[in-house]
Design a protein around this ligand. Structure first.
Ligand code: COI
Length: 355
């Protein structure tokens, strides 16, 4: 059946997979909801978007993205609230960031209003796929890639913008063991570190694999020039509670402008916790850990929200951090953040968009 709303054409699936999917037993990123939104950029303009059944794409093996990685993405979540309404968390922030990434990767801007309408229409259509319970949400993945059939190196003329969604529960099953990485780099000044482009993630795979082979879940990335300053943790921003102060590396162009990072900073300040955004040296963290002044550390991102760090390795030393149950500051921030997203707490920030 084809219905046409104001701007978005909708081709509904006639064989929904929802009733045969167990939303209580899902692995992150493996199960996808019934529909996706697709919009092409051709002849210098975005063509009308279509919501269609989730399915494979047909593309040329010469598509530019497959060769030179001109591709960007976002991650945000929708939550089912207690009264049954569907809440999108800070979609505007993701829209802004995606357009920021697009500029850096020489890709076209996506009109903000259309982007938001695409998100709300798609999530509204597949609202039945939003799981309920602790840590449960619909993870929304907008992405854009270069679609020209051409293998010369240049910005593509054509692009495809797609939004897919997947029901998710937790991202990590347990607090993570991390290692401070001082050989490989995720980003460098003037590079693409602060954007959400595919290449940033591809480049991190090999060092992360070496870390996993050595028994760590993730790496703590340090700056590409000196390896003396901490930047991120795995695919997330990173926070340290040292002596009761919440400290995180300042955004300097190499660090992702995390939406969860920003939300945590604002909540922490409003809850009366001292917050410092600045350069964070490896030396400072290691010394604090040695002197038992490192009360907690965690990664912050959309997928995991707060990913507690159990231990930090640096060279031959491994520092075990206090048990998660003792981490009151992180717990309080997590409770407020979750309460706002799920509509239990007043959204004084205006972050939630109801679908
Ligand atoms: C996030 O933490 O939200 C991420 O970007 C991780 C994602 C690459 C799965």
């Amino acid at each position: 059946m084809i219905t046409t709303g104001q701007k978005i054409a909708i081709q509904r699936t006639d064989s929904s997979r929802l009733s045969s999917t167990n939303l209580n037993d899902i692995k992150f990123g493996r199960v996808f909801s019934d529909h996706m939104l697709v919009m092409d950029y051709q002849d210098g303009a975005w063509q009308p978007p279509t919501i269609m059944p989730f399915g494979d794409l047909h593309m040329s093996p010469a598509a530019l993205v497959l060769h030179y990685s001109q591709t960007i993405f976002e991650g945000l979540k929708a939550y089912k609230s207690a009264d049954g309404s569907v809440n999108l968390f800070r979609p505007q922030a993701n829209i802004t960031r995606m357009n920021h990434s697009a500029k850096r990767l020489c890709m076209p801007q996506i009109p903000e209003e259309l982007f938001l309408e695409a998100l709300t229409t798609l999530v509204g259509l597949d609202r039945g796929w939003i799981p309920e319970g602790d840590g449960a949400a619909l993870y929304i993945r907008p992405f854009m890639f270069a679609s020209d059939e051409y293998i010369g190196v240049k910005p593509s003329d054509g692009y495809r913008f797609i939004i897919i969604t997947c029901p998710v529960r937790g991202y990590y099953n347990e607090p993570v063991r991390v290692k401070i990485e001082t050989t490989y780099s995720r980003a460098f000044p003037g590079g693409t570190g602060e954007t959400k482009c595919g290449g940033n993630y591809a480049g991190g795979l090999y060092p992360a694999k070496l870390g996993q082979d050595a028994g760590y879940h993730q790496l703590i990335w340090t700056d590409g020039l000196t390896h003396q300053y901490i930047e991120e943790s795995g695919t997330m921003n990173v926070f340290f509670n040292i002596d009761g102060k919440l400290i995180t590396p300042a955004l300097d162009g190499t660090i992702l402008r995390g939406v969860t990072r920003d939300s945590i900073i604002r909540i922490a300040k409003d809850e009366g916790f001292p917050v410092e955004e600045r350069k964070v040296s490896v030396e400072e963290v290691v010394t604090a850990a040695r002197e038992k002044r490192l009360i907690s550390a965690f990664g912050a991102g959309t997928a995991a929200t707060i990913a507690h760090i159990a231990s930090i390795a640096h060279g031959d030393e491994v520092f075990e951090l206090p048990a998660v149950g003792e981490r009151k500051l992180a717990e309080r921030i997590g409770t407020v953040l979750d309460g706002i997203r799920r509509g239990h707490l007043n959204d004084k920030y205006g972050w939630v968009v109801r679908v």
